[in-house]
Design a protein around this ligand. Structure first.
Ligand SMILES: [Zn+2]
Length: 75
């Protein structure tokens, strides 16, 4: 491997790492809210088994809408 291709390999690796980091930040966690509730939950939360109207929502969006994390399932 000559110097030039080594440098190219390093650049390619850096691009891969940067895109992986950006990708990880773009992925948001899905949480679940109910039509009448004020908390957001994980999918498996016992509080959700009592209601039919479970709405999936991004955690970020849930926080923006004023929902608080459930104290039982700690989403
Ligand atoms: Zn919960």
């Amino acid at each position: 491997m000559n110097f030039k291709s080594k440098k190219l390999a390093i650049i390619a690796l850096l691009v891969l790492i940067i895109s992986a980091v950006l990708c990880a930040q773009a992925v948001t966690k899905t949480v679940y809210v109910t039509a009448s509730g004020t908390k957001y939950h994980t999918q498996s939360c016992a509080s959700l088994s009592r209601t039919k109207d479970v709405i999936p929502i991004d955690e970020k969006e849930a926080v923006e809408k004023g929902y608080k994390p459930c104290t039982r399932c700690k989403p």
